[in-house]
Design a protein around this ligand. Structure first.
Ligand code: SAH
Ligand code: SF4
Length: 413
């Protein structure tokens, strides 16, 4: 019998598992708290569980995190981990500390099938969905690893203590399209929100999507959290080119889904992400077209009144990579574009780039993916480029061997 990895189970599923072992539901809550609140990975450490239960668990279950291939720390405090997900694939997770919060950027897939032109994950193609356990293991590892570090004498010197939560916000903005991995995503979100788990509020957990319309509607009903939609273009013609999924779910459908999401959303606005591409989507005309799209009486392809949506814009400076053939908009252009949106009454922010020195910024999360979709053959515009980190383990993955897991501090900087 293979042992069940308990990181895969949300509290409800853990209760069902405990029931199979002849245990009461409150045991599942105790176990869940040991795993997610205290970071335990050994049943022997769970001292308030009966020895008989610990023995039962030892034979049938395990708490199996993912192996760390490498860790890189940026001068600005950003930390990027590369996790081995087997089969020659690896995914990336990024911790971004700020004065008032700690944000973890989490991956949902090895690669991505959407294939946006400006995204290096998209250029790699799709390998596979991550499981619930692989999604939550990123948070489990980062939270408890960082807590331990901050609880060191050095951490205490700067005022961090063990009981302080390190990660206060999660954004599903790493590798992959979360809404194309819906069935694994939702239990992982529930574990993030669970008071016996990570206890994050719905407003502090954000799902970012390129616009999988039917799944936006399901998320509204199943597990409404903050929603970010990667818009990147003010009309279908340009969006079809930049975000190929738009051909399936055009703008008027996407905006309608956003509006209906707001009825259940924990925030009263949708965040629209907009990656600023020099000479492609950054003109004054594009900004005015965007305003028309989101204004109450906007016109989308002749359908008057279908738009009008409570939103904020987040302009993302493009992180260039050679295979994209695209360039970052100059700062003055970004500011001028932001001004037009703001003057039109739409709250607009420009994203700070973080972790630039370790390629930890948006869209640079390339990880290591064995492309099963042959994206490079589909991407006719430019040759594919895979970013490699160059650690021994990453080189092993490159050579098609299974990498040995290494402790974070043993990996290269
Ligand atoms: N698949 C989801 C979430 C992962 S991408 C989505 O597309 O929303 C997270 C964000 O990074 C998206 O807004 C995406 O458009 C943006 N992004 C991707 N590549 C980028 C790049 N090279 N430069 C800047 N932002 C990028
Ligand atoms: Fe996939 Fe998002 Fe990248 Fe598009 S931007 S390819 S949806 S990860």
């Amino acid at each position: 019998m293979t042992a069940v990895n308990l990181l895969e189970l949300d509290r409800e599923a853990l209760a069902a598992f405990c029931e199979q072992l002849g245990e009461k539901p409150f045991r599942a809550t105790q176990l869940f708290r040991w795993i997610h609140q205290r970071g335990a990975s050994d049943f022997d450490d769970m001292t308030d569980l009966a020895k008989s239960l610990r023995q039962k668990l030892a034979g049938r279950a395990c708490i199996a995190p993912m192996g760390v291939v490498s860790e890189q720390a940026s001068a600005d405090g950003t930390i990027k981990w590369l996790f081995d997900v087997g089969g020659g694939n690896a995914v990336e997770t990024v911790f971004i500390p700020e004065d008032d919060r700690g944000t973890l950027c989490v991956s949902s897939q090895a690669g991505c099938a959407v294939g946006c032109r400006f995204c290096s994950t998209g250029h790699q193609g799709f390998s596979r969905n991550l499981s619930t356990g692989e999604i939550i293991a990123q948070l489990w590892f980062a939270e408890h690893q960082l807590r331990k570090r901050f609880n060191s004498p050095e951490g205490q010197r700067v005022g961090l203590t063990d009981d302080k939560r390190v990660i206060t916000n999660v954004v599903m903005m790493g590798m992959g399209e979360p809404l194309q991995n819906y069935s694994a995503l939702v239990p992982a979100l529930r574990m993030m929100l669970d008071d016996h788990g990570y206890g994050l509020s719905r407003r502090r957990v954000t799902v970012s999507t390129s616009g999988v319309v039917p799944m936006i509607e399901r998320l509204r009903d199943d597990c409404p959290v903050a929603l970010a939609v990667s818009l990147h273009a003010p009309n279908d013609a340009l969006r079809n080119d930049l975000v190929p999924l738009n051909r399936k779910y055009p703008l008027h459908e996407l905006l309608a889904a956003c509006r209906s999401y707001l009825a259940a959303a924990p925030r009263d606005f949708i965040t629209f992400e907009y990656c600023m591409l020099d000479g492609v989507n950054d003109t004054d005309a594009c900004a005015h077209e965007l305003l028309a799209l989101v204004a109450p009486h906007g016109v989308v392809h002749g359908r008057e009144g279908v738009s009008g949506i409570s939103c904020k814009f987040n302009l993302i400076p493009f992180n260039p990579f050679p295979a994209s053939g695209l360039k970052r908009s100059p700062n003055e252009r970004v500011m001028a574009f932001a001004r037009i949106l703001q003057d039109g009454g739409v709250v607009t922010t420009v994203r700070k780039t973080r972790g630039d020195d370790i390629d930890a910024a948006c869209g640079q999360l390339a990880g290591e993916v064995q492309d099963r979709t042959r994206a490079h053959e589909r991407m006719t515009r430019a040759p594919v480029q895979v970013h490699r980190i160059g650690s021994p383990a990453a080189r092993a993955i490159e050579a098609g061997r299974a990498p040995e897991s290494v402790a974070p501090h043993e990996s290269e900087a």
